[in-house]
Ligand binder design. Structure first.
Ligand code: 0RA
Length: 657
C-alpha cells in the first residue's frame, strides 16, 4: 500500500522571497522564465503534490498526459514509456511533435518556451487542447524544473531537433541532429535527487496501473511500458483496449474475481456541445459497489457532480421500471440508492472544458452542468436498454429487490428487538480506555491490534486527549456481508461504538467522537491484514471519515540503534544504515518485531507523542486500494487470489488466508 506523505498545507508563492536580482544578460521575458521555474524548485509540492513517491510518479504522468492530449486531438496512436537504468524515464509518442518555430513573443523556439515557461502548454494548443486535464494543470516545464537533466527530441518538418536542460535551465540550444520522415516527441529525464530526497526509484506497478487506466479511458490508444533497469530482467506490457471503459469494467470484475449476473456490459454515451459523458455498467452477484469516475481522464476519487448525476438517475431508473411493470409488491419499499448499487461495477468518464476540481485533494468534480448531462443520458438510455433487454433487466431488478427486502428485514428485526442494540444506545465498548477531553477536535483514538500493544499504549498515552481501543475477536469477511452482519461482528462493533457515528446510510459525521482515528498495527503481514480490513470497512461503511481526512496510520519504528547512553530510532532500512554510519562503528541494533516489544515509554516517544511522531494520513486512493486488495484476498475466486499472492510473494513471507 502506498500512503500519502503527511503534507503541509499548500502555500501561496511568496513573491518577496523570490530572487529579485537582475542579471544584465537577460531581458524581461527571460527573467519571468527564471522566476517561474525557480518557484517550482522552491515549492515543488505546490506543483506536483509532494516530493515523496507520489510526486515522483507524478512527473511521468505529466509528460504522458501531454501525449495523451495529442492522442485525444486525433494525432497520436502510440505512446512508449520506458524506465531506464538509474531511474531515467523516457516517453515517446508519434504525434505531430511539439512546434519548433520561433515564438514571436519570447523570441525562442516554441518547444523551448513550452519547457521553460509555467503553464505554456495551452498557448500553442488551439483546439487540440480543449479537454486537457492534469491534476494540477501544470505541464512539462514543471517536470523540466524538477529534473537533474531533461532532454527532448522533436521529429517534425523532415528533421530531428534536440535540446537539453539541467534543473530547468537551458543547457544546449535547440539544434537539428538528423533527418526523419516521421513526426513525434521523445522526452527523457532524470528526476532530481536534490528535490526527491526520499527516493527517485519508480515502482513499475504504480506506473502500469496509471498507464493501463489511461489506455482504458482512450479506446484504441496503445501505451507500452517497459522496465529496463535490470538488463537481465526486462519487463514490458502493452495496454490497448478497443472496448474502452467497457473493457475497464470487465477488467475490474475479472481481477477481483466477481461473477457478473448478465453477459453484456452496458455502455452509454452522450455528447452535448463541448461536453461529453460515457458510462459502463455491470452487476455481479456480490454485495459491494465499485464506482470509478473520471473527468478529462483524471481520476475523481471523491466523486462530484458526474457521480451524483449517475447515482440519482440509477435509483430513478430502477423505481420507475419497477412501477411500470408492477414488479414492486405490496409491502415493498421504494428501492434505495444502496439497494440499486449492490453488486455494481461502473466506470463514469466525462470530458469538458475548464473542469473544476474541488476539495482538499482536488479529487471532486464541481461543474454543476455535468449532473444533468449524466443523469439525463443514463435515465433515457438505461430505461430504453431495460425495455429492450427484459431478461437482463429482470435479473438486475430482482437483485436490487432482494437487497431492499434483506435491508428491510434487518431493520424490522432491529426495531423489534426488545432491548436497544448496543450500537443505538450511547454505550461505549468495555475495552475502550477513553480520554478525558470530550471535544472531538482535540482528541484522537488509537485502534490497536493485540492486547499487549494495547496495554503499552494505555500506559504510555496522554490520557487527556488520547483514547485507546484494543481490537480483539474474529475478523469478519466484509466482502460477503450486508450492513446487518457488520453491526453484529465482535471485532468491528467496538469500533463503531467508540466512534459514535453509526454506519452506512445512518452515518453521521457530526457525532464523531475523535477527529483523529489512528490505526496502530505491526509492520508485518498480520498488521497489513488488520489495516486492510479496517480501511476497507471505513471505505465501505464510513466513507466520509476518509473524505474528511480523519483516518491515520501510525508509524512505529523498525529499529532502535544505541551506542553508550545515546539511542535513536529508524523507520526504514535506509534510515537504519544512515544512522549506523553517523554513529560510527559498533553500535547495538534492536529490531522491533512488533509493537508489543516496546515498553510504554518507548511507544509514546516514537509513535504517539504528537510533537515527534510521524503519521500517514489515509487518502481515498489508499482506501480504494485496500478495498481492492481485500476483495482479492477474501473473494471466492481462487485465480485472482493466486495471481495476487504470486505477484506480491516477494513482499510476503507467510500469508495465511
Ligand atoms: C501544440 C501544437 C502541436 C503539437 C503539440 C502541441 C504537441 C505537444 C506534445 C506534447 C507531447 N507530445 C506532443 N505532441 C504534440 C502541433 C500543431 C501543428 O502541427 O499544427
Amino acid at each position: 500500500m502506498e500512503y500519502e506523505e503527511k503534507r503541509q498545507p499548500a502555500e501561496e508563492p511568496d513573491e518577496e522571497q523570490m530572487d529579485t536580482a537582475v542579471d544584465e544578460e537577460y531581458g524581461a521575458d527571460q527573467i519571468q522564465v527564471l522566476k517561474g521555474l525557480e518557484a517550482v524548485r522552491k515549492r515543488p509540492g505546490m506543483y506536483i503534490g509532494s516530493t515523496g513517491p507520489r510526486g515522483l510518479h507524478h512527473l511521468v504522468y505529466e509528460i504522458v498526459d501531454n501525449s495523451v492530449d495529442e492522442a485525444l486531438a486525433g494525432y497520436c496512436t502510440h505512446i512508449e514509456v520506458e524506465i531506464l537504468p538509474d531511474n531515467v524515464v523516457s516517453v515517446r509518442d508519434n504525434g505531430r511533435g511539439i512546434p519548433v518555430d520561433i515564438n514571436e513573443e519570447e523570441g525562442l523556439p516554441a518547444v523551448t518556451v513550452v519547457l521553460t515557461v509555467l503553464h505554456a502548454g495551452g498557448k500553442f494548443g488551439g483546439s487540440g487542447y480543449k479537454v486537457s486535464g492534469g491534476l494540477h494543470g501544470v505541464g512539462s516545464s514543471v517536470v523540466n524544473a524538477l529534473s537533474e537533466w531533461f532532454e527532448i527530441e522533436v521529429s517534425r518538418q523532415g528533421h530531428i531537433y534536440r535540446q537539453r536542460f539541467a534543473r530547468g535551465d537551458v543547457e544546449t540550444d535547440l539544434e537539428i541532429v538528423g533527418d526523419t520522415e516521421g513526426t513525434g516527441t521523445f522526452i527523457k529525464f532524470k528526476a532530481d535527487p536534490e528535490i526527491f530526497t526520499e527516493t527517485t526509484e519508480y515502482d513499475y506497478d504504480v506506473l502500469a496501473r496509471r498507464l493501463r487506466e489511461q489506455a482504458f479511458l482512450n479506446a484504441g490508444l496503445s501505451i507500452t511500458l517497459t522496465d529496463r533497469r535490470d538488463e537481465n530482467d526486462v519487463q514490458s506490457e502493452n495496454f490497448c483496449y478497443e472496448g474502452g471503459i467497457r473493457s475497464f469494467v470487465d477488467y475490474i470484475n475479472t481481477s477481483r474475481g466477481l461473477t457478473p449476473v448478465h453477459d453484456d456490459i452496458m455502455h452509454f454515451t452522450t455528447v452535448q456541445g463541448d461536453k461529453s459523458a460515457e458510462v459502463a455498467i455491470s452487476y455481479n452477484d456480490g454485495y459491494n459497489e465499485i464506482i470509478l469516475s473520471f473527468a478529462n481522464d483524471v481520476r475523481t476519487v471523491d466523486g462530484g457532480t458526474h457521480e451524483q448525476g449517475f447515482k440519482t438517475a440509477l435509483t430513478r431508473v430502477f423505481n420507475d421500471y419497477g412501477k411500470k411493470f408492477n414488479l414492486l409488491k405490496d409491502g415493498d419499499k421504494k428501492l434505495s440508492g444502496e439497494d440499486v448499487r449492490e453488486g455494481l461495477t461502473a466506470v463514469i468518464s466525462v470530458k469538458l472544458t475548464e473542469a473544476q476540481f474541488e476539495g482538499q485533494t482536488k479529487g471532486k468534480l464541481g461543474n454543476t452542468e455535468i449532473t444533468g448531462l449524466v443523469s439525463k443520458m443514463l435515465y433515457d438510455k438505461m430505461m430504453t436498454y431495460f425495455e429492450e433487454n427484459p431478461s437482463v433487466a429482470k435479473a438486475i431488478f430482482n437483485k436490487a429487490l432482494d437487497a431492499s427486502r434483506a435491508r428491510e428485514a434487518a431493520r424490522k428485526a432491529r426495531d423489534n428487538a426488545r432491548r436497544k442494540s448496543a450500537l443505538e444506545s450511547n454505550a461505549l465498548p468495555g475495552k475502550l480506555a477513553d480520554c478525558t477531553d470530550k471535544n472531538p477536535e482535540n482528541t484522537e483514538i488509537y485502534i490497536v491490534e493485540g492486547d499487549s500493544a494495547g496495554g503499552s499504549a494505555k500506559e504510555g498515552r496522554d490520557r487527556n486527549i488520547q483514547a485507546i481501543l484494543p481490537l480483539w475477536g474474529k475478523m469478519l469477511n466484509v466482502e460477503k456481508a450486508r450492513v446487518d452482519k457488520v453491526i453484529g461482528n465482535d471485532k468491528l462493533t467496538p469500533v463503531i461504538m467508540a466512534l459514535g457515528t453509526g454506519i452506512g446510510d445512518d452515518f453521521d459525521i457530526t457525532k464523531l467522537r475523535y477527529h483523529k482515528v489512528v490505526i496502530m498495527a505491526d509492520a508485518d503481514v498480520d498488521g497489513a491484514h488488520i489495516r486492510t480490513l479496517l480501511l476497507t470497512f471505513f471505505f465501505r461503511y464510513m466513507r466520509p471519515l476518509i473524505e474528511h481526512g480523519y483516518v491515520y496510520i501510525a508509524q512505529p519504528p523498525l529499529y532502535k540503534i544505541s551506542k553508550g547512553k545515546k539511542h535513536v530510532y529508524a523507520f526504514s532500512d535506509e534510515e537504519r544504515d544512515r544512522e549506523i554510519e553517523e554513529m560510527g562503528g559498533s553500535c547495538d541494533i534492536q529490531r522491533y518485531k512488533g509493537l508489543g516489544e516496546m515498553d510504554p515509554q518507548q511507544l509514546w516517544e516514537t509513535t504517539m507523542d504528537p510533537n515527534y511522531r510521524t503519521m500517514l494520513r489515509v487518502t481515498m486512493e489508499d482506501a480504494m486500494e485496500a478495498d481492492e486488495t481485500f476483495s482479492i484476498l477474501m473473494g471466492d475466486k481462487v485465480e485472482p487470489r493466486r495471481l495476487f499472492i504470486e505477484k506480491n510473494a516477494k513482499y510476503v513471507e507467510n500469508l495465511d488466508i
